[in-house]
Design a protein around this ligand. Sequence first.
Ligand code: F6P
Length: 364
Amino acid sequence: MRLGVLTGGGDCPGLNAVIRAVVKTASHQYHDEVIGVRDGFSGLINNKTHPLDLNRVSGIMPRGGTILGSSNRDNPFEYAEYSGGQTARKDVSGVVMENYQKNGLDCLIVIGGDGTLDIAHKFAQQGMNVIGIPKTIDNDLYATDTTFGFDTAVSTVVDALDKIHTTAESHHRVMVVEVMGRDAGWIATAAGIAGGAHIIIIPEIPFDVDKIAQKIYERKGRGKNFTIIVVAEGARPVGGERTVKRIVEGASETVRLGGVGEYIANELERTTKIEARTTVLGHIQRGGTPSAFDRILATRYGAAAVYHVHEGHFDQMVALRTPKIIAVPLEEALHQMKRVSMDGSHVVTARRVGISFGDGIDLA
Ligand code: F6P
């Protein structure tokens, strides 16, 4: 067979490990050819492809990013064309179908988050043989226990929190660390627990600045003159909205989030008169060498995807249902977002050890 592979959407650690596993499994087990598609679906719009063989993927496992390049702006069903200062949206899915044929592809392995996999599903409905692999540091894809990239991102945040701790303690400050995750608070919650945060603010639990201040005072009462707060970029106050940094025309996600950490720090400084500082970790969370967990998961996904291609399981996505990797229909996978649950083990555990979610429900 001749398998196409592309990486779409925001990058994350482990993409190269998946590409490597696809090429290795395809070559060793099935004697398939693999064609790399450049920069997500844009590579099939502009016909930018090249062969991927064992030598090409040698040594790429520890590298962050993707050797294929990625894009989160090139949705072929709503392709943005700029002329005379105007943006027009065009459906160029026919061009993608033509280039898929021209490259002699028998199937396309699409490594992406919800946006990219949604596009993949639409092509499957048009007759393309597609199989998806779930990626995102946000871990917000419903049908899988976890996406690769999440574990590494959490480790990066924990490393930052360990460093923030010492300076917070020295200066008796409130330190607010803003992390990614869009509308899901997985990175904030997991890293907050592992990094010993005192307060975790997530989109799923609207916050109240006075309740956050209460926790700071409670700590102060015990002689703890510093506080670490992890806040997810998509968090919002009770009765309020997310903090939007700017609107980006042409992007698949037009809303760029950012600034809620600074908002909370300013409000706390104003109301408590305790010094507060903000650190925005940003795209650092998307880079770096993948953790061992992500390397293993990425390899399992890549190898399983090639297996499912040969079983003819198209319009599906590989997913981790511990301890197995299974294939689930893309339709089902995209049906719903996975968000942090108020009654889930993460939140309950955090509350049990005295972490506040800025909502005044404190078990300890
Ligand atoms: O979806 C992954 C993610 O890293 C989000 O957590 C974040 O909001 C977004 O991508 C940022 O994307 P961009 O690459 O457009 O800055």
